[in-house]
Ligand binder design. Structure first.
Ligand code: 5GP
Length: 202
């Protein structure tokens, strides 16, 4: 059975706090894109730690992605396909996507498991920002994507991130963990019980 761990709001807060200096010095983000639902709370907490005197708060834009396991109906096809579905995206026709052009964009999610979701987010955002830049004649402005997750599971990944993103350190995981199942506090229906479980495993 998969080992389960419980993470508290307090711990999430401190993981964001711990990573903020590195994010500020290495990425200098102008904008965050939070992948919902798991990326919303970390992005909001992180924003408080990325705020510097005299500078405005870093805006957060939200996208929603869901991972569906597709089990093939064809018995000859053994492979289980994986499909990411957009439940919320940035509008290409309005300013939402154009807002990203030429910026340092920090993509925030709670956990990097198979990496499928992150691969999808980076590939599709890069593609759509390039389209938005072309539509507005701003192809010359380079948009840099970086990633922050609370937890990265140390396991073989199905998805892949751009080579330069990894080699240039534009990927930060506050913690690297084994292939465990993490219970996050915002999923809890009984937060006291959740905190008790976290304390009992500490
Ligand atoms: P991926 O496999 O694409 O890296 O992760 C897809 C999504 O599955 C994550 O964004 C997250 O919502 C969910 N997920 C994967 N592993 C865990 C986990 O250990 N705990 C929770 N709560 N969600 C997870």
């Amino acid at each position: 059975m998969v080992e389960k761990v419980w993470v508290t709001y307090n711990q999430v807060h401190k993981l964001c706090q711990e990573s903020a200096d590195q994010i500020l010095s290495e990425f200098k983000p102008n904008l965050m894109v939070a992948i919902g639902g798991g990326g919303y709370v970390p992005a909001r907490i992180l924003r408080s730690f990325l705020k510097r005197d005299g500078n405005p708060n870093i805006p957060i834009q939200a996208i929603g992605l869901s991972l569906y396991e597709q089990i093939g109906t064809d018995p000859q096809v053994e492979e289980i396909g994986t499909k990411v579905t957009r439940t919320q995206w940035l509008d290409l026709s309005s300013l939402e996507m154009a807002n990203l052009i030429g910026k340092n964009v920090l993509i925030v999610d709670e956990v990097d498991d198979t990496r499928t979701t992150l691969q999808y987010a980076v590939t599709e955002l890069e593609k759509d920002v390039a389209t938005a830049a072309q539509m507005s004649g701003r192809q010359g402005e380079k948009t840099n994507f970086s990633i922050f997750v609370l937890h990265n599971k140390d396991k073989p990944k199905r998805g892949h991130l751009p080579q330069d993103m990894m080699s240039e350190g534009r990927y930060i995981a506050a913690r690297t963990v084994g292939d465990v199942w993490i219970n996050y506090p915002w999923e809890a229906t009984d937060i006291d019980e959740h905190d008790k479980m976290a304390a009992s495993k500490a």
